[in-house]
Design a protein around this ligand. Structure first.
Ligand SMILES: N[C@@H](CCC(=O)N[C@@H](CS)C(=O)NCC(=O)O)C(=O)O
Length: 206
């Protein structure tokens, strides 16, 4: 099988979830590391793949795709052996699956990103803190609605939605994971997966 080309900056940027998924699916891939400081994200060649000049981008047999959640949705639908990580269209859990895949970036990751936003003044710092705290209570409630009674976000078991969530949650460890034992247990369960370890998702960037 022709390897899937992954354009990234490091193993721990948003390409982490793509690599983890491909390890689970045992699909070969090849990483292309780009250096932002050398302008490689803004080169005409790279912008022709991803006009946003961001990573990750994949090329799969000529198909070019960016946005990590879209990439994972596509790959989990396309490659379904040796395990299936996406409920099919006919499956009743498909709608829940889509919901959590999109929620992981549109609702969770956008708050996590705010936690890392550079703030200049004390007033900005306070405003960000209040926003993050307030949003975190809603995010925790949503996660607990499932994780208090299930091991994975879908009742049927592990899926690509868990990969998306677990790749984003470390950024919210102090606000969402640590104070919430079922979410912490969930993270520890996922961090032990051999595919996640192989993909170095939870290692510190070097
Ligand atoms: N929503 C996008 C976000 C992509 C993104 O912002 N990637 C970061 C790295 S994790 C990036 O390319 N940053 C480079 C820059 O902002 O110049 C996704 O999930 O793929």
């Amino acid at each position: 099988m022709q390897p899937i080309e992954i354009y990234c900056m490091a193993n721990q940027d948003r390409s982490d979830r793509v690599r983890w998924l491909l390890e689970e699916l045992q699909v070969p891939y090849k990483d292309h590391y780009l250096k932002k400081r050398l302008g490689q994200l803004q080169s005409p060649e790279y912008l022709s793949l991803n006009p946003m000049g961001r990573v990750p981008t994949i090329v799969d047999q000529g198909q070019v795709l960016f946005e990590s959640a879209a990439i994972c949705l596509y790959l989990a639908d396309k490659y379904q052996t040796p395990i299936c990580l996406a409920p099919t269209l006919q499956d009743k859990e498909r709608c829940q699956y889509l919901q959590w895949m999109v929620w992981s970036t549109a609702s969770l990751e956008c708050v996590v990103a705010r936690m890392f936003t550079h703030v200049r003044t004390d007033a900005e710092k306070k405003e960000t803190q209040l926003f993050v705290e307030e949003q975190s209570t809603h995010l925790v409630k949503a996660l607990l609605s499932k994780l208090e009674t299930q091991d994975y976000i879908l009742k049927s078991g592990f899926s690509a939605a868990d990969i998306m969530l677990a790749a984003v949650l470390p950024g919210a460890w102090d606000y969402i994971v640590e104070p919430c034992p079922p979410v912490k247990a969930y993270m520890h369960r996922l961090m032990k997966r051999p595919a996640a370890i192989k993909a170095k998702v939870f290692e510190m960037p070097t």
